[in-house]
Every structure is written in structure tokens, then in C-alpha cells.
Ligand binder design. Structure first.
Ligand SMILES: [Mn+2]
Length: 187
């Protein structure tokens, strides 16, 4: 089984750095991170990079622990919204946990509807929810920051490659007043 992963990202117009960050860590279980540092510019980028680095350093820990640990480790940063998705390449078992304004959509014959709970990574986290799903070949997922309007239908991009889908979603639904990132995964 193989995952096809593609992404697209751009900074808010006028900013030289993007406050969003993304990371794909391949492995038996591929881990995907999307982080949106609060606000814009270098301090937002510092917070989102800190989340990606923390996840990379704790890639085998359970997702609740990763988010809670990251939140403590990021106390000196501005804070970030962020989501982590892990997919077992062999069984397509998927886990997801996220905090704040990162959204996820799925196209699947099964009910796949994970979501992020309110909060800021880098502040005291109250609730952390972890979702588990069994994905199937052909399933399509999109993970995106709040610089992308959630009013799109992912199924319209079902025939595109992952990279083309992410690029098209960003071009068609990116908001001009925020950093924007979209990651598409096809099983
Ligand atoms: Mn944002």
C-alpha cells in the first residue's frame, strides 16, 4: 500500500515568511504535521516550526502525549494551532489529533470525520481528542490551515494527483488575508 502525499503553501501577501509549517515524516507509519503559528511573520513561523520539530523528535509517542508535550515545550513561543495525522502504510489505520483552527476533510466510503478541539498549543491545553479510523484504498484526505476556506468539496479533486489537488485547493480557496497551507493524502 502506498500513500500519495502532496502539499501547497504560500505566505500572506507581503510577508516573506509563512507562519504555517508542514512536515511529512515517512516511515511504517507516516506522520503528517500541519501547524499554524498565531498571527503572521517570523514569530508565527518560529512557533509552527517548533511544533514540527517537537513532533519529529517524538514520532513514536502517542498523539495525546505529543500534543501535551509540545504545548509545554512551546510555552516560550507565540503558540500555534496544529494537527497531526498518522497513517500506517500497510493497514491504512489512521490516527488524528489536533488543536485550534486546522481543518480536515475526508472522502471515504466510511465515516471519517476527525476534527481539532479548541485551544492553543503553547498554552495550557484542556482537552485533547484522538480519533482513529480504518482508511481504505482510494480514500482522500485534506488537511489545511484556516488560510484556506473550508467551503470546498474535496470530492471534486478526487481525480487529481495529491500535489495537483493541494495546489488547486489553495489557488481556488485560499484566503488573501492569511498564510495558507493544504496537504492532500490519497491512499
Ligand atoms: Mn492562519
Amino acid at each position: 500500500m502506498t500513500l500519495h502525499i502532496g502539499s501547497a503553501q504560500r505566505a500572506l501577501m507581503g510577508q516573506s515568511v509563512c507562519g504555517d509549517a508542514l512536515l511529512v515524516i515517512p516511515g511504517e507509519r507516516t506522520t503528517i504535521v500541519l501547524a499554524d503559528g498565531l498571527g503572521h511573520g517570523p514569530l508565527a513561523a518560529e512557533a509552527s516550526a517548533a511544533l514540527c520539530a517537537f513532533v519529529e523528535a517524538h514520532v513514536t509517542d502517542c498523539l495525546e502525549d505529543v500534543l501535551r508535550g509540545a504545548s509545554q515545550a512551546m510555552a516560550h513561543t507565540r503558540g500555534a494551532a496544529g494537527a497531526i495525522m498518522r497513517i500506517d502504510e500497510r493497514t491504512l489505520a489512521m490516527e488524528f489529533a489536533g488543536i485550534g483552527n486546522v481543518e480536515v476533510q475526508a472522502v471515504s466510503e466510511r465515516l471519517v470525520r476527525p476534527f481539532c478541539v479548541p485551544g492553543i498549543i503553547g498554552r495550557r491545553l484542556r482537552k485533547v481528542l484522538r480519533f482513529e479510523y480504518a482508511l481504505a484504498p482510494g480514500d482522500l484526505l485534506a488537511l489545511y490551515s484556516d488560510g484556506v476556506s473550508s467551503r470546498f468539496e474535496l470530492c471534486k479533486y478526487a481525480d487529481c494527483g495529491a500535489k495537483d489537488a493541494a495546489t488547486a485547493i489553495l489557488a481556488e480557496h485560499g484566503k488573501s488575508h492569511d498564510d495558507a497551507t493544504c496537504i492532500v493524502v490519497r491512499c
